[in-house]
Design a protein around this ligand. Sequence first.
Ligand SMILES: [Mn+2]
Length: 386
Amino acid sequence: MGDYTPTPADKFAFGMWTIGHPGRDPFGDATRPPIDPVDYVRGLADIGAWGVSFHDDDLMTFGAPESQRRAELDRFKKALSDTGIVCSMATTNLFWHPMFKDGAFTSNDRNVRRLAIQKSMRNLDVAAELGAPTYVFWGGREGVESAASKTPADALDRYREALDFLASYVVDQGYSIRFAIEPKPNEPRGDTFLPTVGHALAFIETLDHADMVGLNPEVAHETMAGLSFYQGVAQTLWQGKLFHIDLNDQKIGRYDQDLRFGSEGIKDDFMVVRLLENSGYDGPKHFDARPYRNENGDGIWDFARGCMRTYLIFREKAKEFDANPKVKQALADAGVPELAIPTVGPYSRATADELLAEKFDPETLASRGYRNEQLDQLVIDTILGA
Ligand SMILES: [Mn+2]
């Protein structure tokens, strides 16, 4: 058993809005004071985190004079260099200000759309200055309550136009930044554009700079849609599009809970960690979650330590699972290695004729058992330490 103490080599990162979330919700005001960005970065270093991410408005007061914004940014930069915490991702706040109530890139107001792109360009400059390799696009307000209020094809055209323009800006500026779209089915809008991993993967293929754009899937968002996060991440990896990941937790069918990673969907979370660790993914393990609203003081850091601790426990359990001879046998019994064998190979007249001539006995094929119960029980035994 490891001691589950995180180190920067584990590449754990937290957003500025996560551990420091003041606890405001639609029914109640803040329950704890904001944390100064410099103290926040020091706190991350103290708990063994590696990276931090930010929205423009987390660091620099929106609408403040440029000299004040520069001073706020310089303070933050100094905290990064003092602690060694890396800026692992940046994003634009295109959801908080009331002007974004009808959307940002997809607002029906053309001037709001132009401002949203301008705001993103300015923060891309900051992201480049801080060395953030990934820029996330979560379309918080990109959606509708009334379906009649936007023509979906126009909204998708405008969404694509914004990302094409911004990707070209990155290329033109010579920045080493890739984009990651973060899908979410709803909340704060009734219906959000690009609601799931699948919608976003298909959308990316229509972009001018599709190679620069991948995904930032989030546990809570796929789970809200009733989907398996594990399967979503697996396909994202398969398509070479896992540019970033938001780890947290969520009960199906609820509002966006942003719970501590590993606190709810333990089995899916275990499978996600096993997948990430075995895939060669070397990006940040980024927690986009928040402490329970009734925490304060040390409690909010308990939350942050818990996210990392559970990841490390799952990482150890995943190694144990893959090394267990009983698991190897159960995987063989289930036919798992057989799925890796090509079915027919590349098409040729000869392989087609060979297949057409082959005789199958449906009764024999139907009589096979796949022993999934024993395999799944080994997953449970491993997680529970039995
Ligand atoms: Mn997120």
